[in-house]
Design a binder for this molecule. Structure first.
Ligand SMILES: Nc1ncnc2c1ncn2[C@@H]1O[C@H](COP(=O)(O)OP(=O)(O)OP(=O)(O)O)[C@@H](O)[C@H]1O
Ligand SMILES: C[C@@](O)(CCO)CC(=O)[O-]
Length: 420
């Protein structure tokens, strides 16, 4: 067992969410999907503690758990046939239902797999995110990528602060395990985008391919605020395929052709907007045929179509978010107008760019006071408020941890505040 050094200095890890541009659902069956990172990220702040506990603090989803390191070290993830079975080993811990449940289970799985009994020091990991939870923008993958990166960084396994190809492979591997705890049999596309960033062509079982020549794409993402479950949508498509295998397989093949066409468009030239618009419409139609649309997604499609813009659902559908391509020549007034119309119907809009950076690790350097360091390095993304009165005395940086707030960065144009 390798001894993990005590955390001595704070560090921050961040990872983006994703939009699937083409190929969701089909990717589960080995077809290709094209996805890109969105300019909304999850951030993990890791700080030392004076005691021998590990605190998992997730204010966005009301989780604040303190684990004895020995308690986590007793788990035996290698004896499980699937990561989601970690639940059966967490018998002494009461975990409430809700979004916090999968986060705690994932953390327990990754901690025991990566740190295990080697960890002798305490630390706090606090995760905040700009990504709406459960809306198809990969909040879960961004969470799993920051978690796996932070824990791998603690074990000393990352050679270049997550920046080398080898580091990223390792991060992606463990983030996928985390996704398995939460989702059972995910395709792996979400964690690949959160790890590598940019645009990816992804086919299950193969290395993802970066679409290098693609420029950032302007999109409008519209949140229906209709809760959906990826698990349920994937199971519905599976059931439909069992009833009508040939029909469904030909739809999945057509979606694959759309992804292939999009991949060539992205690789060869600056994507031509009218061709992209055509395949956005075609892809949405096929997904609707598979039964994963929703009246609110259809309404978004109608509103944007009336303004000459093409939309499709993104992610698992059944609610969640829609993606609208913003034509290169569209004025900001035109985009604002369509966003306003969508907001008048109760939807939430974000204008963002697709194709930004993947996971990053930022470490404090030298003996600089932590607030100066955070102030200098991260002002674009975070704010720190004064210490919380409920501060945990064992936390070396309790004020910072409790005041860790994320601000929309300068690259994000938020047309409406994301509703959590
Ligand atoms: N801000 C956050 N803090 C901690 N955990 C988070 C946060 N956001 C998301 N998560 C984790 O991700 C889970 C949500 O995953 P879910 O798959 O439902 O949503 P999604 O990833 O946004 O959607 P999709 O998979 O369709 O893109 C939560 O239950 C939690 O485990
Ligand atoms: C619906 C799906 O294709 C995308 C969910 O973001 C499921 C998956 O790829 O795991």
């Amino acid at each position: 067992m390798v001894a993990i050094p005590r955390v001595t200095a704070p560090f921050v890890v961040s990872a983006p969410g994703k939009v699937i541009l083409f190929g969701e659902h089909a990717v589960v069956y080995g077809k290709t999907a094209i996805a890109g990172s969105v300019d909304m990220r999850a951030y993990a702040l890791v700080t030392p503690r004076k005691d021998n506990k590990t605190r998992l603090f997730l204010p966005d989803i009301n989780v604040d758990e303190r684990f004895d390191n020995a308690q986590l070290a007793r788990l035996s993830p290698s004896s499980l046939s699937h990561p989601s079975e970690i639940e059966t080993q967490l018998t002494g811990i009461a975990i409430a239902e809700g979004p916090g449940r999968s986060a705690i289970l994932t953390f327990a799985y990754m901690y025991s797999s990566l740190l295990g009994a080697g960890n002798t020091g305490g630390f706090t990991i606090c995760v905040r995110s700009l990504l709406p939870v459960g809306s198809g923008l990969g909040s879960s993958a961004a969470f799993n990528v920051v978690l796996s990166t932070a824990l791998l960084q603690l074990t000393g396994q990352l050679k270049k602060l997550g920046g080398s190809a080898e580091d990223r492979k390792l991060i992606n591997h463990w983030a996928y395990r985390g996704e398995q705890v939460a989702h059972g049999t995910p395709s792996g596309i979400d964690n690949a985008v959160a790890t590598y960033g940019g645009f990816l062509a992804y086919t299950r079982g193969s290395e993802s391919v970066s679409l290098h020549s693609t420029r950032a794409l302007r999109v409008l993402i519209t949140n229906t605020h209709i809760a959906k479950s990826t698990k349920v949508q994937v199971a519905n498509v599976r059931a439909l395929r069992e009833r009508h295998p040939q029909v469904v397989d030909s739809i999945l093949d057509s979606i694959h052709s759309i992804s292939t066409a999009a991949g060539s468009l992205f690789q060869s030239q600056e994507p031509h907007c009218s061709e992209l618009q055509d395949i956005v419409r075609l892809n949405h139609g096929l997904l609707a045929t598979l039964g994963v649309s929703h009246p609110s997604l259809e309404r978004i499609r109608e509103i944007t179509a009336a303004r000459g813009m093409a939309s499709k659902l993104t992610g698992s559908g059944g609610g969640g978010c829609a993606l609208t391509l913003v034509p290169r020549d569209a004025s900001s007034a035109a985009v604002k107008r369509v966003a306003q119309e969508l907001e008048e119907e109760g939807f939430g809009c974000y204008q963002t760019v697709v194709g930004g950076a993947g996971v990053t690790v930022t470490r404090s350097v030298g003996n600089e006071p932590i607030d100066k360091w955070i102030g200098d390095m991260l002002t674009q993304h975070m704010s720190l408020s004064p210490s919380d009165p409920r501060e945990d005395k064992a936390d070396d940086y309790s004020g910072i941890v409790s005041g860790f707030t994320i601000l929309p960065g300068s690259a994000i144009t938020t047309l409406a505040s994301p509703t959590k």
